[in-house]
Design a protein around this ligand. Structure first.
Ligand code: 5AD
Ligand code: SF4
Length: 472
């Protein structure tokens, strides 16, 4: 395995990618290995990781294990890691400290590390040298092999590391244990070819590879017949869906076909402004079951920084796209991601970012301080800012983002909006759910509304949530 290498990674070709329909199985001796035993899976990171954990849980249940939400009760503990920012490392090694403690008391516990950090060579080296007691390490490309990896670790009674640094295939037969009975994640593409200069994802998740439309539609149709109301189509960069297929079929074709399955609510994340074309906007506007909610990462409002980031759009192009979406999709809400203190970001560059936030008035934004990732081009760039300056920028940006998030929510006061009631709320006597526009709402209602899309009237509003009551 090698360090992330941009030149090497950009040479990859789609010819190496295979779609495999029958590569998941459980070896004979493993079928009941987890009988009367419990598993605990901890997930960090994006929705893609959350969905991978749904696969991991299903595999562990195939082996006979049952789930526990208390780590101390578990016989097997799996940590699904995220590599996007450096603090992920601290989280992993902090967590391993807790597991070691448990293992000292109960040596039979099996500990596994997987996910994006397992794809990083430096992490694997550290696990090999300093954490020999970690039993299994596997990557993002071989989750389906978990029963075999576990089998070797148990048989040989030694650390089993199996991480592929390949471009990645598509495995269609991995089982899934969905967290919700109403909402489902559906991968439409894996990996990413955009190579934004700060980002580790194209290296940890491999080349962009789209699932075939027929496989996606079949999965959504099955969800509809199982009573699911909502799907979120997942990809690092969903607008580029289909570009790697040999057929003339794009994200707008896929959205129309998914809309025609009759599923009540369709969402999709994440969009890159680069591939967001007019036909996408038309399709979202046309179908009532495609939700008026778009997560459209800006990353920076400075043309100079956007160029250094390799984002391939300017501030003006972003704002034009933003305005076009707002004009054509009534009631749409738009959220974003923003990075501050990218190497070389000046006060003027940062002010440009604040200006775009003032122009777009996002419904909400995830904000981050730039974090260098080894092997990415940006990690080699000079970054003279002090920690204090970085924190000040984040603070200032957050103040502005919060102001607009609150103002946007205020517009909902006394309005009647549809909410899919999906689970318990932190507030007693309330259940929670999201509007079509992805606003978190606590609804005063009884359990009979669980799993239903109901019209509610907003009765009070805060920056990150609203309260509501049912209307007939
Ligand atoms: N440092 C800080 N933020 C990052 N992101 C991705 N890579 C980095 C990094 N190296 C942010 C981007 C992306 C979101 C998922 O995480 O804003 O959209
Ligand atoms: Fe990373 Fe997203 Fe850029 Fe891909 S498009 S490299 S996942 S930030």
């Amino acid at each position: 395995m090698n360090l992330p290498d941009l030149k090497q990674a950009q040479k990859r070709t789609k010819d190496e990618i295979k779609i495999i329909y029958d590569d998941y199985s459980v070896p004979e001796g493993m079928k009941n290995i987890g009988k009367d035993k419990k598993y605990f899976v901890k997930t960090y990171g994006c929705q893609m990781n959350v969905h991978d954990s749904e696969n991991i849980c299903a595999i562990l249940e195939d082996l006979g294990y049952s789930e526990t939400l208390t780590m101390e009760d578990a016989d097997i503990i799996i940590l699904n890691t995220c590599a996007i920012r450096e603090n992920a490392h601290n989280k992993l090694f902090g967590f391993l400290g807790r597991v070691k403690h448990l293992k000292d008391e109960k040596p039979g516990i099996i500990c596994g590390i997987c996910g994006c950090m397992a794809q990083e060579e430096s992490v694997v080296e550290t696990l090999k040298e300093k954490y020999k007691w970690v039993d299994i390490v596997f990557g993002t490309h071989n989750i389906h092999k978990l029963p075999y990896i576990l089998e070797s670790a148990i048989k040989n009674d030694k650390q089993e590391i199996e991480v592929y640094s390949i471009e990645g295939n598509i495995y269609e037969s991995i089982p899934v244990k969905r967290d919700s009975k109403y909402k489902a994640w559906v991968n439409i593409m894996l990996g990413c070819d955009k190579f934004c200069t700060y980002c580790i994802v194209p290296y940890t998740r491999g080349k962009q590879r789209s699932r075939l439309p027929k496989d996606i539609i079949r999965e959504v149709e099955k969800l509809v017949s199982d009573g699911y109301l909502e799907v979120t189509l997942l990809g690092q960069n969903v607008n580029a869906y289909g570009k790697d297929l040999d057929i003339d079929y794009t994200m707008s074709n896929l959205l129309s076909d998914v809309a025609r399955t009759g599923i009540k609510r369709i969402r999709f994340v994440t969009s890159h402004p680069w591939d967001f074309n007019d036909s996408m906007i038309d399709v979202i506007a046309k179908y009532d079951n495609i939700m008026p909610y778009i997560h459209l990462p800006l990353q920076s409002g400075s043309d100079r920084i956007l160029k250094l980031m390799g984002r391939r759009y300017t501030k003006e192009e972003y704002i034009n796209l933003f305005n076009k979406i707002k004009e054509r999709i009534p009631n749409v809400s738009i959220t974003t991601d923003i990075i501050v203190a990218f190497p070389g970001e000046t006060d003027e560059d940062f002010q440009d970012t604040l200006d775009v936030v003032d122009t777009c008035k996002f419904d909400s934004a995830f904000t981050f301080i730039y974090s260098p990732r080894v092997g990415t081009p940006a990690a080699k760039m000079e970054n003279p800012l002090t920690e204090e300056e970085k924190n000040n920028r984040l603070y200032k940006l957050n103040e502005l983002v919060n102001k607009y998030a609150n103002l946007k929510n205020q517009e909902y006061m006394d309005k009647v909006v549809p909410v899919l009631i999906e689970g318990p709320s932190e507030k007693e006597g309330f259940l929670m759910g999201y509007t079509d526009t992805m606003k978190l709402v606590n609804v005063e209602c009884s359990e009979k509304y669980l799993g239903k899309i109901v019209n509610v009237k907003i009765t009070s509003v805060k920056t990150w949530s609203m309260d509501a009551k049912i209307v007939d």
